[in-house]
Write a protein that binds this ligand. Structure first.
Ligand code: ZN
Length: 162
């Protein structure tokens, strides 16, 4: 599992990693793009779900509020509810589309917690398959992506609309 957490430190976009709280925030900017361009899966009232551009496994997605807020306790109750609602919906869609054997949920809070994008809470949802970590180790951290992101996005959108 240590390997997995290291993977989560990878950022959605590399250039954001060196940024600070005051620099342009990826999660604040993403919603202005089209769903397809940004791989946004769903837009709720106060939060949205989006595929990770550099997934640890196929279907690796993130759920984040629209508003720039860093810690879970800074989220309003509406935002907390929306994040959880999107979590349950996206997890069900992942189950339908990809049939993973399990999942990891996680958030890296603050610089010392390994957050790639500081100050904007985002929950990672990582589908897992039996033996995937061993396979990753065997291939020296190569990212094995059996499916292009756009295909995963399209399938998940269909599942979410069902
Ligand atoms: Zn932000």
């Amino acid at each position: 599992m240590d390997v997995l957490w290291a993977g989560w430190r990878s950022t959605y976009m590399g250039e954001v990693q060196a940024g600070t709280d005051t620099d342009a925030c990826l999660f604040c900017e993403l919603p202005s793009a089209s769903d397809e361009d940004a791989y946004i899966l769903e837009r709720g009232e106060t939060a949205f779900s989006v595929l990770n551009l550099y997934p640890y496994t196929s279907g690796h997605l993130m759920i984040t509020p629209f508003r720039h807020a860093g810690m879970p306790g800074e989220l309003t109750s509406d935002e907390q509810s929306d994040v959880w609602r999107l979590l349950t919906r996206s997890q069900a869609a992942l189950a339908d589309v990809l049939g993973p054997h399990g999942y990891n949920l996680g958030a890296n809070l603050g610089r010392a917690g390994g957050a790639g994008v500081l100050g904007h809470f985002h929950l990672h949802v990582v589908p897992r398959w039996s033996g995937d970590a061993n396979f990753m180790t065997a291939t020296a951290n190569a990212r094995i992506l059996p499916e292009p992101l756009i295909e995963t996005w399209q399938k998940l959108r269909v599942a979410l609309d069902a």
